[in-house]
Design a protein around this ligand. Structure first.
Ligand SMILES: [Ca+2]
Ligand SMILES: [Ca+2]
Ligand SMILES: [Ca+2]
Length: 202
């Protein structure tokens, strides 16, 4: 039984942060609490003044050849603990970006996870994970420093009925995040979720 689902219901979504394909860089000059694609802007302690704008780079993987293996992309490295990460021309729905997302080849095996290492230390990261309904998945995102110490984590539950995904987000007080790891646990505890829209905030 598939635990990522394959029923087709593509939803055309707007461009992530309103920018073009592939890696993007943008200064986030404002925030809208109703827009889950835009991180909140940190405020200076004790005042209403915002800190310097956050620079966000987002990897959407939409210029990659479907069927290819994701390894290094725009200076970031991507690995999975149990086999290749596959570029698939398949998105479950919002907030995934068409046409591609990424799925571990061995998503059905228990315990596997994906690591993404940005080219430089970052102070935040965001990832979209989800699937074509089929099962309830608990998704996780963990940020580590260069010594392998956990800095921050985030988790959420994808309802069994959800055709699409959710964002998870981690951050640090300084640019101390060396890499992130993320996965989903669905039926049989496999990593049965697609991912997309990997964003690093500096
Ligand atoms: Ca995409
Ligand atoms: Ca699911
Ligand atoms: Ca699943």
């Amino acid at each position: 039984m598939s635990v990522i689902g394959r029923s087709v219901s593509f939803v055309i979504v707007g461009s992530l942060l309103g920018l073009g394909p592939g890696a993007t860089t943008v200064a986030l000059a404002g925030s809208n609490p109703k827009d889950s694609t835009v991180p909140a802007i940190p405020m200076v302690a004790g005042s209403s003044a915002p800190m310097a704008p956050i620079s966000a780079r987002c990897w959407r993987f939409d210029d990659l050849q479907p069927g290819s293996v994701l390894t290094n992309y725009r200076g970031a490295s991507f690995t999975n603990t149990d086999g290749p990460l596959r570029v698939v021309e398949d998105i479950p729905g919002r907030p995934f970006t068409k046409p591609n997302s990424i799925l571990p080849d061995n998503y059905y095996n228990p315990g596997n996870l994906t690591r993404a290492t940005p080219p430089d230390f970052v102070r935040g990261a965001k990832v979209t994970m989800g699937d074509h309904d089929a099962d309830e998945d608990t998704i996780y995102l963990v940020a580590y420093d260069s010594q392998g110490n956990q800095i921050d984590s985030d988790t959420d539950v994808l309802p069994e009925t959800l055709e699409g995904g959710l964002w998870l987000e981690v951050d640090s007080d300084s640019a101390g995040i060396a890499y992130i790891e993320f996965w989903g646990e669905g039926l049989e505890q496999g990593n049965s979720v697609y991912f997309d829209n990997v964003c690093f905030l500096q």
